[in-house]
Design a protein around this ligand. Sequence first.
Ligand code: KG4
Ligand code: ZN
Length: 358
Amino acid sequence: MKKKLTFLGIETSCDETAAAVIRENENGSAEILSNVISSQIKEHEKFGGVVPELAARAHLENIEFIINKAIVNSKVSLEKIDGVAATAGPGLIVCLTVGLNIAKSIAAFSNKPFIAVNHLEGHALSPGLANEIEFPYLLLLISGGHTQYLIVKDIDNYEQLGTTIDDALGEAFDKTAKMLDLGYPGGPALEKFAKLGDKNYFKLPQPIINKAGCNLSFAGLKTAVLREVKKINGNDRLKYNLAASFQDTINKILFKKTKIAIKEFKRKTNTKKTKLVVAGGVAANQSIRKNLVTLSNEIQFEVIFPEQIFCGDNAAMIAWAGIKRYKKNLIDDMNVKSRSRWPLDKNAPYMKGPGLKL
Ligand code: KG4
Ligand code: ZN
C-alpha cells in the first residue's frame, strides 16, 4: 500500500454541499489540500428550517462546481487521487443520493475504489484530521440530527452508551432560536444572543437528569421554553435571558450526563487516561466547550474538540473516514444505497417512541 493516501470526499447529507481533498501526513494526521463548503442558508432561511426538496435541488445545482473547485484547489489531478468517499447516510435520502451518485460515477469512471461513509463516523473521526487520537475514546456526538455518547473502539467499531430519547441537541437549539425569533441558522444565533442575557433568570427543567444513565432528553425543556416565550411578549431583554437560561440548562445537563458517561466508559474499557472527543455542529459552541473543559479539570480527563471549521458538516471528515476505512479494506461496491437511518452501533436499542422504558 502507498504510504500517503489522497482521497476525494463528498458530503450532501443535509444542507451543505461539500467536497474536499485530503492527504495523509506521516504523523497520522491529515493535510487538507482543499475543503469547499457551500451552505444553503439563503434557501432555507425564510422557512426557518431545512426543506428537503429545496436542499436536494440546491445540491444538484452546485455539486459539480463544488467538486471541481475542490480538485482544482487541491492542485492534485483526479488520476493522482487514490479513492473517492461519499456520505451514504444517515440523512435526507433525496440529498444523500446526489452526492453518492456522483461519487460513484467519478470512482467508476476513473477506476478508483469507492467508500460509502457513515456521516456519524465522519464526525467521530474528525478531530483526527488535526492530531492522531488513539482508540478507544469516548465520543460525545452533538449535531442537528443526533446526540449520543459512544465508545469509539476502532474504525467501524462503536458501542453506544447513551442517546437522546427525543430531540437532538442541535434541533433543540434550532427550535428554541426559532421560538425566540433570533435568526437562522438557530444554533449560532442562540449562542450569540445568550451572551447578552442573564442565565439565572429563568428556571428551566432538566429532563431525565436523575435517571436513565447517560441517555438524554430535551423535549420537555423545549416545551418549557415555549411556555415562557408566550409570557415575555417579544421583550428583548427577557428574550436574551431566556436564550442564556436555555444554554445554561443544556450545559448543566451535559455536565451531569458526561460525568456518568465517563464513569461508564472507564468501567467498560479499563483505560486509565480517558479521552473525550466532542464532535458535530453543536461542538462549535464556545459555552459548551468551556463547560466541558471545566468538567475535565474537575474529574481529570482529556477533552478534544475538532477545529471549528470541522465541527459542522464538511467533506474533509468524509474523505478522512474514507481513507481510514480503505486502510482497513472496508471498500464498497457500486450497489450501495443511501440510508436515512444508520446507527454507528448496530446493536444499540432504539430509544424513541411510545412504550420506551427508562
Ligand atoms: O453536524 P451538523 O453541521 O449537521 C448535522 O449533522 O446535523 O450540525 C448542525 C447543528 C444545527 O442544529 C446547528 O444549529 C448546530 O449544529 N450548531 C450549533 C452551533 N453551531 C451549529 N448549536 C449551538 N451553538 C453553535 N454555535
Ligand atoms: Zn453532521
